[in-house]
Design a protein around this ligand. Structure first.
Ligand code: ZN
Length: 435
């Protein structure tokens, strides 16, 4: 132990996953629940778990009666869109024009971008999310600001400059040459630095020319350690537009596949309007879908077929998609995910939802050695949650008969007000008094 770095022991009800729970199985053995245990953190990493208190050389944080989970991983969220969260009255394409693009244009200003990045990351952690895959804006400065703010906080962050060279306001457009120069510069500066990684970031097929999509594909092929993030088959009008713009493509996904953007490190937001061939192709590539339930409901985009995706072998993670989504808190998004599955005649267990936001997302990103569980040696990104806030939730928790029932009620009724503490690499970032 180096001087000044405390050894910390967190006491609480520890919950993480050792495997992927099966669909619909409330009795699954995949969750690992250790009531009233101590989570040991040394040098910012998980050093072990024990049932009895460690000696006095450990700084003890007593969260007795609270749930202690790995920090959530939000696999799709837009940092500049905090300002337009909960904007009234549009579907995807109007929403971009009316709300999103004006908010993103303001990030051309470096000071605005820096203040926005700080505000966004603090808000994210304050909602129980310690790692994220993020869209900043088309402006290079917005990417620098976001990575710098994440580095200051020691966060795992994946992001990249948004590519858009058509069908957006002129102040938000780049071109192939400037995009290539700026991406090379940003990748050189940030990719693989500490806990940061670069994602080639195509907004979506309609806002990039075929030449720009080809550039994105070339970059991915040249360096397979780069991520790729984009939107896919979110809304029916969008899907029709893609068919008009790319008449030769078999499907929306095929536009990305042809450009070399369908691979193991691809993160596709939404993926609602897919067919069996698309699902098979995503699964074969090992790519993931970032399911964004609150956004899908808010923008009226559609009901994601989680079970079909899983049956096809696709990795599914969870995302807030703020500002299309209405909460940065993944608990709120899990509650919406449950309701979407209910409308589709399916039942989403708390285990499935929590796994998708922790170990499942980490595995989908290839980061399971770093985040998503309490395995020894992983980085100590940890959130501590009150099981119940308010009289109704407290009553519900008291009468719960099984572990799944108790955790499910927390998932459905909880939000960021339940967050008691958040640790990033063992450093406390949020600390609230008991509810
Ligand atoms: Zn989005």
């Amino acid at each position: 132990m180096s001087a000044g770095v405390p050894r910390i022991a967190l006491r609480g009800d520890l919950l993480d996953f050792t495997a992927a729970p099966a669909w619909g199985d409330t009795e699954s053995a995949a969750p690992r629940y250790r009531a009233d245990h101590w989570l040991l953190i040394e040098q910012g990493r998980i050093a072990g778990v024990r049932s009895d208190p460690p000696d006095a050389s450990w700084e003890q944080h007593d969260h007795r009666g609270r749930l202690v989970l790995p920090g959530f991983i939000d696999t799709h969220v837009h940092s500049p869109q905090i300002d337009v969260i909960a904007s009234y009255g549009s579907e995807l394409l109007d929403w971009l024009t009316d709300h999103t693009f004006p908010a993103e244009a303001r990030h051309a200003d470096a000071e605005h971008a820096q203040a926005g990045a700080v505000y966004f990351l603090d808000a994210l952690v304050g909602h129980g999310t310690t790692s994220a895959v993020v869209f900043p804006t088309v402006h290079k400065g917005s990417v620098d600001a976001l990575f710098a703010a994440a580095e200051t906080r020691g966060m795992r962050l994946i992001a990249g400059k948004v590519l858009m060279d058509r069908h957006a306001p002129p102040e938000l457009l780049d071109d192939v040459d400037s995009a290539e120069r700026e991406m090379e510069e940003l990748i050189g500066r940030w990719h693989g630095r500490g806990r940061l990684a670069y994602a080639v970031t195509v907004r979506f097929a309609p806002t990039s020319t075929p030449a720009q999509l080809a550039l994105a594909g070339r970059l991915c092929r040249a360096d397979p350690s780069l991520y790729l993030q984009t939107h896919l088959a979110e809304n029916r009008a969008e899907v029709r537009w893609v068919h008009e713009l790319f008449p030769q493509a078999r499907s929306y996904l095929d536009v990305y596949a042809e450009a070399g953007l369908l691979h193991r490190r691809s993160v596709f937001a939404h993926g609602i309007w897919l067919d069996d061939a698309d699902r098979a192709a995503i699964a074969a590539a090992g790519a993931q879908i970032a399911h964004s339930p609150s956004s899908n409901l808010f923008l009226g985009s559609g009901l994601f077929g989680w079970r079909a995706a899983e049956a096809a072998g696709i990795r599914v993670s969870l995302a807030s998609d703020v500002g299309g989504g209405t909460s940065l808190c993944l608990l709120r998004n899990m509650a919406d995910a449950y309701k979407i599955q209910a409308l589709a005649g399916e039942r989403l267990t708390a285990w499935k939802a929590l796994h998708a936001a922790t170990r499942g997302a980490a595995e989908a990103l290839g980061l399971e050695a770093e985040i998503g569980s309490f395995e020894t040696g992983t980085i100590a990104d940890v959130c501590v949650w009150d099981v119940a806030v308010g009289a109704v939730a407290r009553r519900r928790a008291e009468v719960a008969r099984t572990l799944h029932e108790r955790i499910f009620a927390w998932m459905m009724l909880g939000d960021e007000r339940n967050l008691a503490a958040a640790y990033i690499a063992g450093r406390r970032h949020v600390d609230r008094p008991a509810a």
